[in-house]
Design a protein around this ligand. Structure first.
Ligand SMILES: O=C[C@H](O)COP(=O)(O)O
Length: 257
């Protein structure tokens, strides 16, 4: 599919930088200079950016240099309320087409109280996506962002497979277990799997090792956010991700971050 070629390079892999947090998370002040950070990410060689309707609209000129993935679900904000956590589909594939996006994304959180809502979102977005030729990335996390459901290899494997069955064309999930165990997640998924990042870490080297291990067993790349845009050198971190994902660089050989 033509749009997938805007996200994945010829090696079948991708470096996606996620900047879709601001809908439901406090991104101030780290993202105050959104345009500058986006420019750094593009300069660092990112293949695609996963972002919000607002950023995609405002910074379209910077984003024309990379693949664009539009976050379509949400409905809760950074200010806690009783309704927080109940995902709604807010933007459509047609909205994404108007923005010139190359893919759309939403969460699928099996094992949460809202799994029926979010799995319905994955199904409906996937069906819309097929109708328009628009790839759908499902963020498949057992138990969502909470800790009640453990992120065991078996649960992650099940969640990733579930996303495939609901029609997603790209699965975004967490690296877990040993590389050999994570290979099972990849093998269970008949769509490419990209690995997400998580909270900002003070030890980027640990994250780099996880990425190296995930790639070594067949992951199709990464979708990393806070560890890029919260870092004082987002361009250098992006370049390191490109080296790990596309250039075969070892985590141990990345210095200075
Ligand atoms: O959509 C956001 C993803 O979870 C990746 O962002 P993160 O690396 O900050 O977790």
């Amino acid at each position: 599919m033509r749009r997938l070629g805007k996200i994945f390079r010829e090696d079948g892999r991708t470096v996606i930088v996620a900047m879709d947090h601001g809908m439901g998370m406090n991104v101030n002040p780290a993202l105050d200079r959104t345009g500058e950070i986006l420019e750094a990410i593009v300069a660092g060689g990112a293949d695609a950016v996963l972002t919000t309707y607002g950023i995609a609209s405002k910074y379209a000129d910077i984003l024309r240099h990379v693949g664009l993935i539009l976050r379509c679900d949400g409905g809760y904000s950074a200010i806690p309320s009783a309704a927080n956590g109940h995902p709604r589909m807010l933007f459509s594939v047609e909205d994404a087409l108007r923005l010139g996006a190359d893919a759309v994304a939403c969460n699928g959180f099996p094992g949460t109280p809202t799994e029926q809502d979010c799995m319905k979102n994955v199904a409906e977005l996937s069906a819309q996506g097929r109708a328009w030729g628009m790839p759908v990335m499902a963020e498949m996390l057992p138990g969502g962002f909470g800790n009640e459901v453990p992120k065991t290899v078996e649960n992650v494997r099940l969640a990733a497979r579930t996303g495939c069955e609901y029609g997603a064309s790209i699965i975004k999930t967490t690296f877990t277990g040993t590389p050999e165990e994570f290979r099972g997640v990849i093998e269970a998924s008949y769509q490419p799997v990209v690995v997400l990042g998580g909270e900002k870490t003070s030890q980027l080297s640990d994250l780099f090792v996880c990425i190296e291990q995930a790639i070594s067993v067949g992951a199709a790349g990464v979708a990393i956010g806070r560890n890029v845009w919260k870092h004082p050198e987002p361009e250098a971190v992006t370049r390191a991700l490109v080296d790990l994902v596309h250039n075969g660089k070892r985590a141990a050989d990345i210095q200075g971050l």
